[in-house]
Write a protein that binds this ligand. Structure first.
Ligand code: NIG
Ligand code: FE
Length: 410
C-alpha cells in the first residue's frame, strides 16, 4: 500500500536527470505529464502515471489541476550571518559602488563584525528563519556558504550551523567553506598570510565533514586569479569540490580558472570573457547565474545567459541570498528576472532551478527531479501552467511543499 497519492495534477514537471547537467539547447527540453498522478511510499516516489489509473494509498491529495514540480533547488546562498545592512541602501542611492563600500570597511566586512559577535544560538535561529522562508517559496534543497567569519572560530561556527540545520530540518543542504570571502580589515597588506590561514583550515573542515565545497571571491581588490588558484588547488587536494565567485564585477580570469581546475560551478559571470564562455561550453562546470544580484546592485548589464546557452554551457539559477548584494529568499522572483533580464525560456528556467541546480549543489541525480525510487521532494504550485510562474512576478505561488513525502509547508 502506498502512503500518499497526489492526483488530478494539471501538469507534472519531470526534468530529465542524468549523471550530468543539461547543456545548451538540451535545457529547452522539459517533459511535462498532463492530467497526472504519482504515489509515494516510505518517502520515495513509488509510481507515476495518468490520474485516472485508480492507484490506492493511505492518504490522497487532490491537486485540483495545479502544477507540480520537483522541489526547487537554490545552489548559491549565504544563509548564515548576523545583522543587516539597510544603512547601505542610502549609500547605494548616492552612487557609492559596491566595491567602494567594501573598501571602506563596510559591506561584507560589516556583516563579518556582526557575525563574529553573534552566539551560535542566535546565528542558528536567524539562519533557520531564512531557511523556512526559502522552504515557503518552494525550495527543498540548497547550498549554504560560510564567509562572514574570516577567522577560524567564526567560519567553523557558520559551517556547524549549516550542518545542524541539515540535521534538524529535512531540507538538503550542501555546505561551502568561503573563508576567503574578503580580506579582514586588520589584514590589509597581509593577504598572503590570511590566505594561508584559511588554506590551513581546509583539511580540518574536510575531516570533520563540515563542508562539501570550497569557494573564494575572485575580484579586483579582493583576491587575484593567482591567489584563488593557489587556494582552490589546496582545497582540491584536501578532497573538497570547488566553486568560485567569478567575473561578478570585473573580468579577472575566475571562470577560466574554474574550468581549468574542474570546479563544480563558476558563479555570477556578468563580466565573463569570450574565452570563459567557450571553456564553460566545453566542460561540465555549471554556470550559476544570479540575476537578483545584478538587479539589486542596480546594474544594467546582466550575465550573458543566451550566449552561454547558445554556446552549449550548462546554466543554473540561484538567489545569492545575502545581506548585501541580494536580499531575498525568493527563488521564484529570480525565475522572473531570468525570463525578463536573461531572456531565458520557461523550460530553460525550470531546468535551471531543478536538475542543473542539483548538479551545481553537488546533489547529482538525487534531487531536482521526480522519478520512481527517488526521494519525493516536490512543490504544488498555485498556477495554471508552468509558463505562468515567471510571468506573474514578485509573489509566492507555492500551494504546499513536501519533503520525502511529508508536507512541510502550506
Ligand atoms: O555573491 N560577491 C561576494 N559575495 C556576495 C555578497 C556578499 C555581501 O555583500 O555580503 C555575492 O554577491
Ligand atoms: Fe555569493
Amino acid at each position: 500500500m502506498n502512503d500518499l497519492l497526489i492526483y488530478n495534477i494539471g501538469q507534472l514537471l519531470l526534468p530529465l536527470s542524468a549523471g550530468v547537467p543539461l547543456k545548451g539547447n538540451e535545457m529547452s527540453r522539459l517533459p511535462v505529464l498532463e492530467h497526472a498522478a504519482f504515489a509515494v511510499k516510505d518517502g520515495n516516489v513509488s509510481w507515476i502515471g495518468p490520474s485516472n489509473e485508480g492507484i490506492h494509498a493511505a492518504e490522497k491529495v487532490d491537486a485540483g489541476g495545479k502544477v507540480v514540480s520537483p522541489g526547487l533547488i537554490d545552489p548559491h546562498t549565504h544563509l548564515v550571518f548576523a545583522g543587516s545592512r539597510e544603512d547601505e541602501l542610502a549609500l547605494k542611492q548616492a552612487g557609492t559602488a559596491y566595491l567602494d563600500i567594501l573598501k571602506s570597511g563596510g559591506g561584507i566586512l560589516s556583516t563579518v563584525s556582526s557575525t563574529r559577535k553573534a552566539s551560535e544560538e542566535e546565528l542558528f535561529k536567524k539562519a533557520e528563519f531564512h531557511l523556512m522562508r526559502m522552504l515557503s517559496h518552494g525550495v527543498t534543497a540548497l547550498e549554504a556558504k560560510s564567509g562572514y567569519g574570516l577567522d577560524r572560530e567564526t567560519e567553523l561556527r557558520q559551517l556547524r550551523i549549516a550542518r545542524k540545520l541539515q540535521e534538524t530540518h529535512h531540507i538538503r543542504i550542501a555546505s561551502t567553506f568561503l573563508g576567503p570571502h574578503a580580506v579582514p580589515a586588520d589584514r590589509k597588506g597581509k593577504e598572503e598570510e590570511f590566505l594561508k590561514e584559511m588554506t590551513d583550515l581546509l583539511t580540518e573542515i574536510k575531516e570533520e565533514g563540515l563542508a562539501d565545497f570550497a569557494d573564494i571571491f575572485c575580484e579586483t581588490g579582493v583576491f587575484t586569479a593567482e591567489q584563488c588558484s593557489k587556494f582552490l588547488l589546496a582545497a582540491k587536494s584536501a578532497g573538497l569540490k570547488l566553486k568560485i565567485h567569478a567575473d561578478e564585477i570585473h573580468s579577472t580570469g575566475g571562470t577560466e580558472l574554474a574550468v581549468s581546475l574542474g570546479a563544480q560551478t563558476a558563479d555570477h559571470l556578468v563580466a565573463v570573457s569570450e574565452e570563459g564562455i567557450s571553456m564553460l561550453a566545453a566542460s561540465e562546470t555549471v554556470a550559476v547565474l544570479l540575476p537578483g544580484t545584478t538587479f539589486y546592485l542596480g546594474k544594467e548589464r546582466y550575465a550573458p545567459a543566451r550566449r552561454l546557452i547558445e554556446e552549449g554551457a550548462a546554466v543554473a539559477l540561484a538567489t545569492d541570498f545575502n545581506p548585501g548584494s541580494c536580499v531575498t529568499e525568493n527563488l521564484q522572483l529570480i525565475m522572473s528576472l531570468a525570463a525578463l533580464k536573461l531572456r531565458m525560456s520557461a523550460e530553460e528556467i525550470w531546468n535551471a532551478v531543478t536538475v542543473n541546480a542539483a548538479h551545481a549543489a553537488g546533489f547529482g541525480e538525487e534531487a531536482g527531479t521526480l522519478k520512481v525510487g527517488g526521494r519525493a521532494d516536490f512543490t504544488i504550485w498555485n498556477i495554471p501552467n508552468y509558463r505562468y510562474l515567471p510571468y506573474h512576478f514578485g509573489v509566492n505561488h507555492t500551494d504546499s511543499v513536501y519533503i520525502a513525502g511529508e508536507k512541510r509547508w502550506e
